[in-house]
Design a protein around this ligand. Structure first.
Ligand SMILES: *[C@@H]1O[C@H](CO)[C@@H](O)[C@H](O)[C@H]1NC(C)=O
Ligand SMILES: *[C@@H]1O[C@H](CO)[C@@H](O)[C@H](O)[C@H]1NC(C)=O
Ligand SMILES: *[C@@H]1O[C@H](CO)[C@@H](O)[C@H](O)[C@H]1NC(C)=O
Length: 347
């Protein structure tokens, strides 16, 4: 059989389709030729997208999270400043860390909230770029498949949302991870909310496969920068604090694979925490609209910056340097960090 192995899941066919555009099929066929068999794990790749860099090989983008409120709670003000900074940095794309539509995601592909909270809010010229979105827990309270549907791309061509995927941008590779299904309490104690778990059950298999896929994608990555994006926190001093399940299950994989940055939302604040155990920098950008002023969980070891108001962050990457800047609702620079690759590689 030229196409190797077989699993019983529906997602296999999707993965084969994804592989058509990615590397998995070629690898698979090469392996088949050389060894006469192919590991199923090579098929279990996350869907991949390509993002070109600037002419000089650098890359810049913005990260915003926890935003869709039809412009209220300063969402429009944050959007305005994103537009200005986006223009200044000549950004390549925008990343959303999830909780795209409050309070309960989208009701369907025809939910007017999509245009009211996205299309008509992020109107600046510089924001007319590709948006790479993940899902947050609030998105799971609506029709998740609507947010994942290609129909939205017809309404607004910037939109791209998948549960988990890989974005290859030459000097950097981004690993978008669907973190909501990790969190036990949404299953055991949903507090009256209904979550749309279609496509996630059986949960145990979903999580096992996801962790395997992320580990494999990270291990195979040869990019200078490995950046993981998820909705939930790993390290946070905000309202929700650390996410226990993700610290236990995902963080060890990120540490083993020398991930540089973990970028999340969920806590409605901006923060930067560094780790004692690894070079991973933990960045929260969850200030896209309603912020929880004063709601600090605890003071964290390694905390470099915490701001419990609205805002977003920008990132400029070259082969050797990452410059990350946090901004408030007025576009004022709040905190800046530089990460240099040469430092780590000389260690
Ligand atoms: C690369 O080009 C962009 C303009 O597209 C510029 O903003 C940036 O500063 C340049 N970066 C380097 C490292 O030269
Ligand atoms: C909007 O931002 C300003 C400045 O940070 C803040 O004082 C105000 O409370 C914010 N409004 C809301 C509704 O969050
Ligand atoms: C970060 O690096 C940039 C150049 O890439 C430099 O202009 C800036 O001063 C540095 N910032 C810090 C805080 O070291």
């Amino acid at each position: 059989m030229p196409i190797c192995g077989a699993t019983n899941s529906l997602s296999l066919s999707l993965r084969i389709m994804a592989g058509f555009y990615g590397r998995s099929m070629t690898q698979c066929l090469m392996l088949t030729t050389s060894f006469g068999l192919c590991l199923i794990s090579t098929l279990a790749e996350l869907q991949r997208f390509e993002q070109p860099v600037k002419a000089n090989g650098s890359l810049s983008f913005l990260v915003v999270g926890d935003w869709g409120r039809r412009g209220t709670y300063n969402q429009s003000e944050v959007a305005l400043q994103m537009g200005k900074i986006g223009e200044k940095l000549d950004i390549n794309f925008i990343v959303s860390t999830g909780d795209n539509f409050y309070d309960n995601g989208l009701t369907g592909v025809d939910d007017p909230a999509f245009e009211e909270s996205f299309t008509r809010i992020y109107t600046a010229q510089s924001l007319q770029k590709q948006w790479y979105n993940v899902l947050g827990n609030h998105d799971y309270r609506g029709d998740v498949e609507a947010q994942l549907s290609p129909v939205l791309k017809k309404i607004d061509s910037r939109w791209l949302c998948l549960r988990s995927f890989v974005l290859n941008a030459e000097i950097a590779e981004f690993f978008f991870v669907d973190t909501t299904p990790f969190v036990d309490k949404y299953f055991s104690d949903p507090e009256g909310h209904t979550y749309d778990w279609r496509g996630v059950s059986p949960r145990k298999d979903y999580l096992t496969n996801l962790l395997k896929d992320v580990d494999l994608a990270l291990r195979e990555s040869i990019a200078k920068w490995k950046i993981v994006v998820g909705h939930h926190t790993i390290r946070s001093a905000g309202h929700h604090g650390d996410t226990k399940e993700i610290v236990e299950q995902l963080l060890p994989i990120l540490e083993t694979n020398n991930v540089d940055l973990y970028v999340n939302g969920h806590d409605h604040c901006l923060e930067h925490i560094s780790s004692n155990h690894s070079p991973i920098q933990f960045l929260t950008s969850g200030g896209g609209s309603k912020a929880w002023r004063g709601d600090i969980d605890e003071l964290k070891q390694g905390m470099k910056f915490f701001y419990d108001g609205q805002g977003f962050l920008s990132m400029q990457l070259t082969h050797t340097d990452a410059e990350i800047v946090f901004y408030d609702v007025f576009g004022k620079l709040l905190h800046k960090l530089n990460v240099s690759k040469q430092l780590y590689s000389s260690m």
